[in-house]
Ligand binder design. Structure first.
Ligand SMILES: [Zn+2]
Length: 341
């Protein structure tokens, strides 16, 4: 019997421009039909008009946006429970854990498990008013209120919010109930339990840091991926963006995340990746020798579920499998096509 209300929620990025986003028999917005492995999927319809700057900066601010969301969520839960923000911790605790994944367009999105516990956490019973419905409702409100003010670049003010697509599903099975630690790894394991084959088809990856932008010329990356990386690299030269460390995170398209050894197997080896791995070992050796001027593992990063891919758009293979596997209907319906825009 489950006792702690908990949901599995997916938060997406907004649109940075239209992309080829429809595989299968129905024509894409470009008028053509795309096979599910068409490399065009996820790429912009018009690369010259795609907002690469915002796409990279959004990834770079996604962690901050998540933290902003969690603050709003506690407020929204307190309000719905008729409590002040000060009273809430005396009655309930909101437990979070999340992992990141890349959509084919190169935007990060988060899969989170959010749970209502008693005041002392997972070992204590949640209050009588705690329900998955209240939680889902509060999540929707908090996600729409979360805003991170961004930098002003060349007269343009950036502001970061989540995209409109928000998927919230109640977890009914005994997984991640009270009494179990809610950790990022537990969420990855939960997803892995449902995603068996589908996620292994990822293509187009770069699983190491870049040292010189010229290295990109030696890698056979899709144009869209390369352009995102180049944008991150270029923005990384700006002093006013130094705190984002965009050059160190250019290979992650601006997002500060890491792949777990458990999920690394999902990546597909490309010819280029063999070169990249040799290069990575060389780089590791250089770091071990103390050559690297900036040690890079000293900051908090988010666990990334699988490599970003360019094999399609919309739901990733993992999500499609999840959506098909989770028995209940979403609390909040997914608006078709929005995620991939
Ligand atoms: Zn298309």
């Amino acid at each position: 019997m489950t006792t702690h209300p908990r949901v599995f929620a997916t938060f997406t990025a907004p649109s940075f421009g239209p992309v080829h986003n429809r595989p299968g028999p129905r024509p894409c917005r470009c008028g053509r039909r795309h096979a599910s492995d068409d490399p065009a999927l996820g790429a912009p319809l018009d690369p010259e008009r795609y907002d690469y700057e915002s796409a990279v900066l959004w990834n770079a601010h996604a962690g901050m946006l998540w933290r902003r969301f969690t603050i709003h969520l506690r407020r929204e839960i307190a309000r719905r429970a008729g409590l002040t923000q000060r009273e809430l911790p005396e009655r309930a605790r909101v437990s979070f854990a999340k992992v990141a994944e890349y959509q084919k367009r190169g935007a990060v999105h988060f899969h989170a498990v959010i749970r209502l516990d008693g005041p002392a956490g997972g070992e204590t019973r949640p209050p009588h008013w705690a329900s998955a419905e209240l939680l889902g409702d509060a999540i929707r409100a908090a996600a729409s209120r979360a805003v991170v003010p961004g930098p002003v670049l060349d007269g343009r003010t950036h502001t970061f919010t989540f995209g409109r697509q928000l998927d919230i599903r109640t977890i009914h099975d005994p997984d991640l109930d009270g009494g179990q630690a809610l950790t990022d790894r537990a969420v990855a394991a939960y997803i892995a339990k449902y995603a068996t084959k589908g996620a292994e088809t990822a293509t187009g990856t770069l699983d190491r840091r870049l040292r010189f932008v010229a290295e990109l010329a030696t890698l056979d990356l899709p144009q869209h991926a390369e352009r995102l990386i180049r944008t991150a690299w270029a923005l990384g030269a700006r002093k006013d963006l130094a705190h984002l460390r965009l050059r160190a995170w250019a290979h992650m398209l601006g997002f500060r995340g890491h792949f777990s050894t458990k999920t690394r197997r999902y990546s597909t080896t490309l010819g280029a990746l063999r070169t990249a791995r040799a290069e990575w070992r060389r780089l590791q050796a250089a770091i071990a020798r103390g050559d690297d001027p900036q040690p890079v593992d000293d900051e908090e990063t988010t666990l990334v579920l699988a490599h970003w891919t360019y094999a399609g758009t919309g739901l990733t293979a993992t999500e499609e499998w999840l959506a098909a596997s989770l028995a209940d209907t979403p609390t909040i319906p997914t608006s078709e096509g929005d995620a991939a825009r």
